[in-house]
Design a protein around this ligand. Structure first.
Ligand SMILES: NC(=O)C1=CN([C@@H]2O[C@H](COP(=O)(O)OP(=O)(O)OC[C@H]3O[C@@H](n4cnc5c(N)ncnc54)[C@H](OP(=O)(O)O)[C@@H]3O)[C@@H](O)[C@H]2O)C=CC1
Ligand SMILES: O=C(O)CCC(=O)C(=O)O
Length: 433
């Protein structure tokens, strides 16, 4: 039997580069603004735990590959670690650290009783069959052992993972507990299918939240979504659902980019016909007949009202920011704009709804799923969406008002609010005797 070791490498791709620098620069700027206690700065600049596991998996052809999985637990001052798992070639320890930090700010901003964590496996899932991915996921869960748990660290879907991945994780985790405890562990992950404790609406929650924050932002400017044009990078969970809700409100999708191609049609791309197309075309938008293919370098420069990056990090940078014509960017993805890019956008009066607010609908719905499992309840879709809207309204209004009061951008405002809540927890706990 052959054994292949998938040695983790620094990916060198722009996606993972500088993510830590970005998140730390964002943190430093807010910490300075609120004059955050120096000891708390020290605590929040590092991660609590970094778990790296190597685990063997048998491939369909009988060979064995050894994979490397990551789970970074940044901070749990407000509650158990919470955040997604990503399967992508760009996953490495730096990316996991940065993404875990973003989760801490996000769960704090939204007022959830959670901290922040993130992880994943450095692999390209298109190279593996479904049964191989199932075995990889189960072995990863087994290797993580008690480093995850329903009251300790609760993973969820992210790039290239979904409700099926979460079902395999839940099943593996629960079946390795003592029989009498198995059913008490269903909330070890969220984003599960509805048949095994998943929340109706978790699938669309992130996109719904992105849509709501855009709508709320436009309302503050006395504008509406009807007839606004928008472009979306990424047509997966977040990109699709965001586009779907925006279209339902009368906005027009004019361009879409995924890893395979960039599509453009100034007269509009119908969201569900593109979705139907990708479902029979290897999940790729390339070749969709009712749009032209454009050069990917020109994508963000297209003439439109709104841009929704909903793929990977570091997509809008000093290299392309000055060409952007849209007046609003809503960050469906985590960290899609780097700091240099952001400076250019802000100096060109382009507004940004920051990731930790914009895409927080996902983790809010995950919290609802966690509560549902913990309390032995079954929630209905309407209830989920109403409660999600209510929670997002509260965080949106807080961020918007604070940004206005302090004359700062919305990202800095969101960070200040998030960090102050963690600071309060540390002070009340008495970390400084
Ligand atoms: N899922 C969730 O609930 C949440 C997700 N997020 C963030 O949203 C983003 C998207 O996540 P999600 O929708 O779940 O992931 P998915 O895996 O469902 O979709 C990812 C999409 O991004 C596209 N993509 C990948 N690489 C590139 C590239 N180089 N250029 C253009 N497009 C690319 C993929 O295209 P292809 O299929 O061709 O590879 C796919 O369409 C991530 O940043 C994630 O962290 C944030 C909050 C919650
Ligand atoms: O639902 C969750 O727990 C986290 C989702 C996530 O990874 C994110 O918000 O970036």
């Amino acid at each position: 039997m052959n054994a292949t070791i998938n040695t983790p490498k620094k990916t060198g791709e722009k996606v993972a580069q500088g993510m830590m620098e970005n998140v730390l620069a964002q943190f430093n700027s807010a910490a300075h603004h609120i004059d955050l206690h120096g000891d708390i700065q020290k605590i929040l600049k590092i991660t609590n735990n970094e778990i790296i596991v190597h685990f063997p998996v048998k491939m369909d052809n009988g060979s064995v590959e050894v994979f490397t999985g990551y789970r970074v637990q940044h901070n749990n001052a407000l509650g158990p670690y919470k955040g997604g798992l990503r399967y992508h070639p760009t996953v490495d320890i730096d990316a996991a650290r940065a993404l875990a930090m973003w989760m801490t700010w996000k769960t704090s901003l939204t007022g959830l009783p959670f901290g922040g964590g993130k992880g994943g496996i450095q692999l390209d899932p298109t190279n593996y069959s479904t049964s191989e991915l199932e075995r990889i996921t189960r072995r990863f869960t087994y290797a993580l052992g008690d480093n995850i748990g329903p009251e300790h660290d609760i993973p969820a879907p992210d790039v290239n993972t979904n409700s099926q991945t979460m079902a395999w994780m839940a099943d593996t985790f629960m079946s390795t507990r003592l029989p009498a405890k198995r059913s008490l562990n269903q909330h070890v992950v969220t984003g599960k299918p509805d048949g095994i404790g998943g929340l109706e609406g978790r699938d669309r929650a992130t996109g719904y939240g992105v849509f709501l924050t855009i709508k709320k932002f436009l309302a503050k400017q006395n504008q509406i979504l009807k007839n606004k044009t928008f472009i979306v990078q990424g047509f997966g969970n977040v990109g699709y659902w965001t586009a779907k809700f925006l279209e339902e409100e009368g906005a027009l999708l004019v361009a879409v980019q995924d890893a395979s191609a960039s599509l453009y049609n100034p007269n509009g791309i119908e969201v569900d016909s593109l979705k139907n197309y990708i479902s029979i075309n290897d999940n790729s938008v390339g070749g969709f007949p009712r749009a032209e293919i454009i050069d990917k370098e020109n994508f963000f420069a297209l003439n439109c009202d709104l841009i929704i990056p909903a793929a990977l990090g570091n997509q809008i940078t000093e290299e392309n920011a000055s060409k952007i014509q849209a007046k609003l960017i809503a960050e469906g993805a985590n960290g899609p704009i780097n700091n240099e890019g952001e400076k250019i956008l802000l100096s060109n009066n382009i507004s940004i709804i920051p990731d930790i607010l914009c895409n927080s609908g996902g983790v809010i719905a995950s919290y609802f799923e966690w509560l549902q499992n913990r309390n032995g309840e079954v929630w209905q879709l309407e209830e989920t969406l109403t409660k999600l809207n209510h929670k997002l309204e509260k965080s949106f209004n807080k961020v918007y008002a604070y940004a206005q009061e302090e004359s700062i951008d919305m990202r800095k405002a969101a960070y200040c609010i998030a960090i102050k809540r963690i600071e309060k927890a540390y002070i009340q706990r008495g970390i400084f005797p």
